[in-house]
Design a protein around this ligand. Structure first.
Ligand code: FMN
Length: 158
């Protein structure tokens, strides 16, 4: 899904992607002046970003642990961490039509608690039917979704 986003952005937009599954489980004992290297790198990238895209599935009508773990690391110190006062696009995918809205609401609530602005939020049901790998390139094949993502990316980059 996220790999398809650059086609909706101006050519000079720089996307920096993080696979947040690589970050270890949040542990306050490790959240010192010298946090784990992957966390330090993530916090720098989030701090430097003009805008953030969070793309995640919905698990049990909520935020998957891996996604929440990223938010928890990036949120500290509270209201002084990297993930505050950011403009954020949230995409929540689900396997069936109409799914993703609960995960979206849960993600949005946490991001807004941290003082961020969710400028665009979209639940994408049947995501696997709408984005396909074509010649090794993630491609949005659903025209309604393409239109929504173009509007979302435009809003994010204003
Ligand atoms: C633990 C778990 C809980 C899930 N809960 C939900 C859910 O509440 N709502 C939903 O729409 N999909 C749920 N799913 C499905 C995921 O959203 C789906 O696996 C994910 O979007 C990836 O889809 P894909 O396998 O088509 O790439 C759940 C999946 C798992 C593994």
């Amino acid at each position: 899904m996220v790999a398809a986003l650059p086609e909706f952005a101006p050519q000079d937009t720089v996307f920096v992607w993080f696979d947040v599954a690589q970050i270890q489980l949040y542990n306050q004992d490790l959240d010192t002046d010298t946090p784990p290297d992957a966390v330090a790198a993530l916090r720098i990238a989030v701090t430097q970003a003009d805008a953030i895209v969070i793309a995640t599935p919905e698990y049990n009508h909520s935020i998957p642990a891996v996604t929440k773990n990223f938010i928890d690391w990036a949120s500290r110190p509270f209201m002084k961490g990297s993930l505050t006062k950011k403009k954020i696009m949230v995409l929540v995918c689900g396997p069936v039509a109409g799914s993703g809205s609960h995960g979206l609401a849960a993600t949005r609530q946490v991001l807004e608690l941290l003082g961020n602005t969710v400028s665009f939020a979209l639940a994408i049901g049947e995501a696997h039917k709408k984005v396909k790998d074509i010649d090794g390139q993630a491609t949005v094949v659903d025209s309604d979704l393409a239109q929504q993502l173009r509007a979302g990316v435009t809003e994010l980059l204003v």
